[in-house]
Design a protein around this ligand. Structure first.
Ligand SMILES: Nc1ncnc2c1ncn2[C@@H]1O[C@H](COP(=O)(O)OP(=O)(O)O)[C@@H](O)[C@H]1O
Ligand SMILES: O=P(O)(O)O[C@H]1O[C@H](CO)[C@@H](O[C@H]2O[C@H](CO)[C@@H](O)[C@H](O)[C@H]2O)[C@H](O)[C@H]1O
Length: 454
């Protein structure tokens, strides 16, 4: 058995000491992680906000990464981002953990020990599930369970390796644990919303069975365990499969529209006093996001006047469906189909937005626009591009939605255009930061939306 380190008591080591051990390693490793938000900015300044020894050889850390100041309006440097890390610390990690290896600490209390991403280590993943099965405390961490759910122990863990905003471990094809990577203070909607929908009896969303949070440095949600749908395929895979076979996707899109309308109705019931901004306020916020995106992505600048017209039309429009809690980052990768049933996951919202903003009431058109953009993304994966495939999906999705919701998104031209534009602007920024090769996909939509004449 390789030697592992026990920091006992963890507080004795202190966060400054740990930084001496880990600072250099993490400065290199963090920016290479998909979930690291500041890819366009080097992580210059790291601090350890909290450290908890979850079990011997496994440290739970919250670290703050701030970046070199970049020119921002008023010259204010951007604040740092907080990340959740689970680090394995051993003298010699098993060769199977090579891909999780972060480095060997040279200084401080961990000097000489190898440090690795513990989520890849089946032993740590197993112990984490055991910890989740028992409500209680570990330092600032709080573990909670749904008393009605009985999660069995000993389920074999498997870390998902797909590119994600967070990290997920599947246990025995029965449960999936999502560990949020970028942590913001407050309740994460990906716990809050599925819990509230489960209380409404909405079966389209897997209900949380266990979760954990921190109390320090500020209260925040850290992870959620939900039932895993083993036979489900996500909408993106299904859509690409249909395109590859030359098939349509209208039956699936129509049923998806109906399912989304059901989720929206349940959300409105679960968060009844939601309120929401006037269209003018929403349009102003969209303009602010557009300007920020155009500062970051020069290719967007020529289109700004045309795009602003969409937001102007929204401001001049004084009706539309009532604002309510929404999904906030809806796309084909966030919906799973098992048999002929659609399920909706990942209620976190757009990860780069402040949590408070993601939890406010917004137009349900925002989600509809997200899905319509996703049909366009899928259609653009094929050469030649299949615009008619996306149009048919769009029509079917809206018709399915209208039949269940009692209002028709196709009649809300100003709202749809503004929300599609806002979403495409978000996607431009997202792709520029995370997947520059994909940038032409939202840019093609930007070109179309900027020229659109109602
Ligand atoms: N309850 C579930 N059942 C089956 N697969 C799931 C479930 N929840 C998530 N997944 C799979 O895990 C992937 C990542 O989940 P998601 O919540 O979107 O994480 P992230 O926020 O990191 O993108 C999904 O694309 C889906 O394939
Ligand atoms: O990781 P999340 O699922 O929270 O969402 C982020 O990543 C998505 C990509 O994985 C990104 O979605 C964009 O690309 C999809 C195809 O890969 C496409 O279906 C979506 O329509 C498009 O927005 C999403 O925007 C981002 O928040």
């Amino acid at each position: 058995m390789p030697k592992t380190i026990t920091l006992s008591p963890p507080a004795a080591t202190g966060t400054d000491g740990l930084l001496a051990s880990l600072g250099g390693l993490l400065r290199d490793w963090l920016p290479r992680q998909r979930w690291f938000a500041g890819k366009d900015r080097p992580a210059t300044d790291l601090s350890v906000l909290s450290v908890t020894e979850l079990f011997p050889g496994c440290l739970h850390l919250l670290v703050n990464a701030s970046h070199a100041p970049v020119p921002t309006p008023g010259g204010t440097p951007p604040p740092g981002d907080c990340y959740q890390l689970l680090l394995g610390v051993r003298e010699r990690p098993a060769p199977a953990l090579d891909r999780a290896y972060i480095g060997r600490a040279e200084h401080g209390p961990l000097a000489g020990f190898a440090v690795y991403d513990a989520l890849h280590d089946p032993r740590c993943a197993h112990l984490l599930l055991e910890r989740l099965r028992q409500p209680g405390k570990a330092g600032p961490l709080r573990f909670g369970v749904d008393e009605a759910a009985e999660v069995p122990g000993g389920l074999a863990p498997r870390l998902l390796t797909s590119e994600q905003s967070n990290s997920s471990i599947v246990y025995g094809d029965s449960y999936i644990l999502k560990l949020f990577r970028r942590i913001q203070a407050g309740v994460n909607p990906d716990l809050e919303v599925p819990q509230a929908l489960a209380a409404q009896g909405c079966a389209r969303v897997p209900a949380p069975v266990a979760w954990f949070c921190t109390t320090a440095p500020r209260p925040a949600t850290l992870g959620v365990l939900q039932p895993f749908l083993p036979d489900a395929v996500d909408g993106w895979e299904l859509a690409l499969g249909a395109l590859a076979r030359g098939d349509g996707f209208t039956t699936e899109a129509s049923e998806l529209g109906g399912a989304m309308a059901e989720v929206h109705l349940a959300l409105a019931g679960a968060f009844p006093a939601a309120g929401g901004d006037e269209n003018g306020v929403t349009a102003d916020a969209m303009c602010v996001r557009l300007d920020a995106a155009a500062r970051a992505v020069p290719g967007l600048r020529p289109y700004v006047p045309g795009l602003r017209a969409a937001f102007g039309a929204l401001a001049a429009h004084d009706s539309g469906p009532a604002a309510q809690r929404v999904h906030g980052d809806l796309h084909l990768g966030q919906v799973l189909r098992a048999g002929t049933d659609w399920f909706v996951i990942d209620f976190e919202g757009e990860p780069s937005r402040p949590l408070a903003e993601r939890r406010t009431a917004q137009s349900p058109v925002r989600d509809i626009a997200g899905m319509l953009r996703s049909f366009d993304y899928a259609a653009r994966q094929r050469r030649p591009w299949r615009p008619e495939w996306a149009s048919r999906c769009r029509e079917a999705f809206c018709a399915g939605y209208a039949a269940r919701a009692g209002w028709d998104p196709r009649k809300e031209h100003a709202l749809l255009r503004a929300h599609e534009t806002d979403r495409a602007v978000y996607e431009v920024l997202y792709e520029a930061r995370h997947r520059p090769d994909w940038l032409p996909v939202p840019m093609a939509a930007i070109e179309r939306l900027a020229e659109w004449r109602g």
